[in-house]
Design a protein around this ligand. Sequence first.
Ligand SMILES: [Mg+2]
Length: 165
Amino acid sequence: MRDRPYLLLDVDGPLNPYRAKTIPPGYALHDIHEGEKTWTLLLSQQHGVELNALATSYELVWATTWEHGANRLIAPRLGLPDLPVISWPADARSAPRRKPSSWKTRYVAEWVGARPFVWMDDEVNRFDRAHLRAIGGLGRHLVHRVDASHGLGAEDFAVLRAWVE
Ligand SMILES: [Mg+2]
């Protein structure tokens, strides 16, 4: 069987619409504590349902600054299993990069290899698409921007289902 495409998931923006002015329908505020730290996130149970359904077509992967914290702190709240994690080098944000594309782009390209993928993030745009084209050697892919004031919605899930068909 062919490998499923990866679905690379960002947390802040797509799953936690941190730019929302009020609590959007379907979301609830979650106070997440670990050690001395507390984060307040908006999360939607519907995301867990939709993403688990997509897991028959995609291999879900965390591509977020939460790194392994996404498995510890976010996944259980959405009913998602432990997922593979893209770890960023410690200096990833400050390392030289092809501006104005995202600091994540080169590491995403290294991680996915030749496997097809969809990358969902609130901070990707045409510069990241161009950067990936310039890197070359990648499989079929889609860079899909999600609005951080709404989070992943029905239209985004429709795009994800259509792409993998
Ligand atoms: Mg983000």
